[in-house]
Design a protein around this ligand. Structure first.
Ligand SMILES: [Zn+2]
Length: 232
């Protein structure tokens, strides 16, 4: 069993049955969709897909508060280290590392990765996604911010994720149209839509995605509500 809590936009908290907590793409302060009554009480691992503020803004503060293992692409880890993050564990695409009992594999993403630092934009490496392999054998694909890409078929072939987190908002990521094709390539049993509705231009909706994959047997759209944990 895995407890999943959407913290709005692209931010998620995953709590394992054994108690460890993984936080993905932390955006807390300034996140209009962050659930007001949620407080993070434990972080064992922090996973970051790219350096844009809406995915990394909360990373340094959480790292200093909880001293978690911080996973990101090599160059983004260098930047985190320069901000005083102690346990930044850099990696690159195709590689894996353990985060507690979870095996974390970095995947490709079609997106950019500059890090805003004051009035500068720092090179943060490339944007990525992650496959998480749980101790019970199930796999999750967390896409981060991306467009659909044909190598999602390789992610399916290599890891067979049963659950996929896909952005659907449009403008900065794919919309429901591209996400529907991603579902056909990935063939997950469930899809959690993310990165929509936070601002008016992020217009994609879970209903649009559900409509577009109505003919896809075995894949169900699973819309979450920020702050309300679900079990998977
Ligand atoms: Zn984003």
């Amino acid at each position: 069993m895995l407890e999943i809590t959407w913290l709005g936009h692209g931010t998620f908290q995953l709590r394992l049955e054994s108690g460890e907590v993984l936080v993905l793409d932390p955006w807390i302060e300034g996140n209009p969709a962050y659930p007001k009554d949620h407080s993070i009480s434990r972080v064992d691992a922090l996973l970051i897909t790219h350096g844009h503020f809406d995915h990394i803004h909360g990373a340094v503060a959480l790292a200093k508060q909880f001293s978690p293992q911080v996973v990101a692409i090599f160059e983004t880890c260098l930047w985190l280290g320069s901000k005083g993050v102690q346990n930044a564990c850099g990696m690159n695409k195709g590689g894996s590392q353990k985060a507690g009992p979870v095996t974390v594999t970095m995947t490709h993403a079609v997106h950019s990765c500059g890090i805003q630092d004051g009035d500068q934009v720092i090179y943060g490496g490339e944007a990525c996604g992650y496959v998480l392999r749980l101790p019970d054998g199930r796999s999750i694909y967390f896409a981060g911010d991306t467009n659909v890409f044909s190598d999602m078929a390789l992610i399916q072939e290599l890891y067979q994720p049963e659950l996929a987190f896909l952005p659907i908002g449009d403008l900065y990521t794919m919309s429901a149209r591209e996400a529907a094709l991603a579902c056909r390539l990935l063939k997950p049993k469930k899809v959690i839509p993310m990165h929509f509705g936070t601002f008016p231009p992020l217009t994609g909706t879970p209903e649009q995605l559900a409509e577009l994959i109505r003919d896809l047997p075995g894949t169900e759209v699973w819309p979450l509500i920020p702050g309300q944990p679900v079990n998977w």
